[in-house]
Design a protein around this ligand. Sequence first.
Ligand SMILES: [Zn+2]
Length: 329
Amino acid sequence: MRAWLLEESPGTYREADVPTPDPSGDEVRVRLVVSALNHMDLWVTRGLPRPPLPHVPGADGAGVIEAVGERVQGVAVGDEVVINPAVSCRTCPVCLSGESPLCPRFAILGEHRWGTHAETVVLPAANVVPRPPGRSWEDLAAYPLCTLTAWRMLRRARLRAGETMIVVGIGGGVSSAGLALGVAMGARVFATSRDQAKRARALALGAEGAFDSEADFPVKADVVFENVGAATWDRSLRALAPGGRLVTCGGTAGSKVELSLPRLFFKQHEIIGSTMGSYAEFDQVTGLIRAGLPVAVDEVIDGLGSLPRALERLEVGAQLGKIVLRHEV
Ligand SMILES: [Zn+2]
């Protein structure tokens, strides 16, 4: 099969012919119709983290089942499916308690195992779900990783209807999904960006207000939704109302931050880390997609061979929502 291959890290991707992988007992092979980009696709080329090599990137995708292992039940050749990129063992006590993102063998497609920027991908049958009807292939590639991550963040932050939420640094897939979920959950959602055009798009997506990321935020929030990190950290903390919760899944603009302990305890703030999501959370997210949750697709680029051009656009950071590759032109 054709695949984008990383043979050293730090390094660059090369389009290559590699042996088509066969599914073992509980696995399936999916022929990808679409895949979507994530910052992970850039980070693994910089050795942050260094994946097992050679490596095929890509966490998000959707397509058609073309082979199944001998123990697979409930999934058949020809089924149209969406991929859940959060892979865990599903048998340890942590997984059985429903907290599979904390599994010691937790792995992300395209980071710890071969991903979706290839003609096919092999993964556990438990990591595919039937394609929700009524949604485009592009939407189906765009929602899994970012909406799963945003959904678990909001669950962990205990966002409730009527509460105020600030999405810091609207632009990428996770923040766009956080905005859509917050609106759907009945929260008052505000967004920040340095970019006027992105602030305008946030308002169009249902935000009640949008302000500059580089000035103090003019509202106090019950939940601050962060994945920017150092560049906005202090403003994000100061925007928390008493009892407020800051939830973060990353630091795309700096990973080292400072904390004022008196403010933390006196205002009784909480700082909550979150990553990816569980199998049950993926089912919940897919249910929301089936019910019509908006998905922010920034651009659809034709051809698996266009990955380098798509990565350039991701690197510039001009997008609002996901960049999707449509494999068959
Ligand atoms: Zn486990």
